[in-house]
Design a protein around this ligand. Structure first.
Ligand code: NI
Length: 158
């Protein structure tokens, strides 16, 4: 268990495309556990590996329903639309309005490198989109409508 340093906007590592995970190793298992620890400690609902400086296609998410670990995730279906406040652990204290699909289905590998499919609506759908964007070096700030503002205490960072 270890908390890793969260990289912030302006760090080049957040602009890079991440590499697929081809096999599960001890090093990757440790990374995943550290990502969960780091995400919970920062009270975020999601974290992508590049946010701790590792260019691998791994994300962790917990929207209050338990931890989700996605390896090499891909969006396979979306529908609807939601516009709401979004934040990011790499842009501390800030938030902005972003429009995302309201329903997202992802396929990925789990920690045992088995194929899984997950569906999310609302915040989970938003978290899927936000975290998967990180794996391609994209930040939500590029999608914000009307500029960033200081985060309200109740808002969550993904
Ligand atoms: Ni983020």
């Amino acid at each position: 268990m270890a908390i890793r340093e969260i990289r912030e906007l302006g760090d080049e590592v957040l602009t890079k495309k991440c590499k697929e995970v081809t096999k599960m190793t001890l090093r990757t298992k440790i990374l995943i556990n550290d990502m969960l620890d780091t995400m919970y400690e920062a009270m975020g609902v999601g974290l992508a590996a590049p946010q701790v400086g590792i260019l691998k296609r791994i994300v962790t998410i917990d929207v209050g329903e338990g931890p989700i670990i996605l390896i090499n995730p891909e969006i396979v279906e979306t529908s609807g639309e939601q516009t709401g406040e979004e934040g990011c652990l790499s842009v501390p204290g800030k938030a902005g309005l972003v429009t995302r699909p309201n329903y997202v289905k992802v396929k990925a590998l789990n920690e045992d490198m088995e194929e899984i499919e997950l569906e999310g609506e609302g915040l989970l759908a938003r978290a899927f989109c936000h975290e998967l964007d990180h794996l391609d070096g994209k930040m939500y700030v590029e999608l914000v409508e009307g500029g960033l503002h200081d985060m309200e205490p109740y808002e969550e960072e993904v």
